[in-house]
Design a binder for this molecule. Structure first.
Ligand code: S6P
Ligand code: ZN
Length: 194
């Protein structure tokens, strides 16, 4: 995240849970397929999409609540519906740099899964729908999959100092990937895992 001024007064912000429009949005990040092609297994589909102009997979609006003594933040993520080949759209996924930092995710629209995994490969997948709230303990990587026909929108609550560590997931992937099989989501062991 960028650097922001501190504000010790209470602040309220507004989220439209149907559209994901969040106001005010001081920092918006778009992630395209070309930003993380390595997460998708069907290489021909990945190359075809990127060659024909790329595709936005999700966007995030970050809002920092910095005071003199605290660093809470919100991230509102909207994952567009779709697949790359048969693999569903998803976030990159990351660990937190700090090993004492949990996070809360709250699904406000759509359906899918929140995958969580520690570095030993202990793995959990939480089915998600509107209203599901999940606590992600420290030292668990987290990644969200949109398996529905609507945008999947979720609110993340975390400390900015938690940081993001993307390299582990970039190198090893997650233990399982989600594919559309006969119109339904199916979890399949990642052949590249370890
Ligand atoms: C931050 C929090 C979220 C993600 C966002 C995008 O700790 O977990 O705001 O940053 O959902 O995911 P990713 O894996 O691209 O950072
Ligand atoms: Zn996180």
């Amino acid at each position: 995240m960028q650097k922001y001024n501190k504000n010790n007064d209470p602040i309220s912000v507004q989220l439209d849970t149907k559209t994901g429009v969040f106001f005010p949005c001081p920092e918006n990040v778009d992630r395209f397929l070309s930003d993380f092609p390595y997460m998708f297994q069907e290489i021909d589909s990945v190359q075809e999409i990127i060659k024909s102009g790329d595709r936005k997979i999700y966007e995030i609006c970050y809002y920092p609540f910095l005071t003199d003594n605290s660093d809470m933040a919100l991230g509102v993520t909207t994952i567009l519906s779709g697949t790359v080949g048969k693999q569903y759209h998803m976030t990159k996924g990351h660990f937190h740099e700090r090993n004492d930092q949990p996070e809360i995710y709250h699904c406000v629209n759509g359906v899918g899964f929140l995958q969580m995994m520690d570095s030993d490969g202990n793995y959990f997948s939480a089915p998600w729908e509107k209203g599901t709230i999940t606590h992600i303990p420290p030292q668990f990587a987290h990644r969200v999959i949109n398996t529905g026909e609507q945008p999947l929108i979720f609110v993340a609550v975390f400390h900015i100092s938690a940081g993001h560590e993307y390299d582990f997931i970039k190198d090893k992937g997650f233990k399982f990937n989600y594919y559309e099989v006969d119109g339904k989501p199916k979890s399949v062991l990642n052949p590249n895992w370890r």
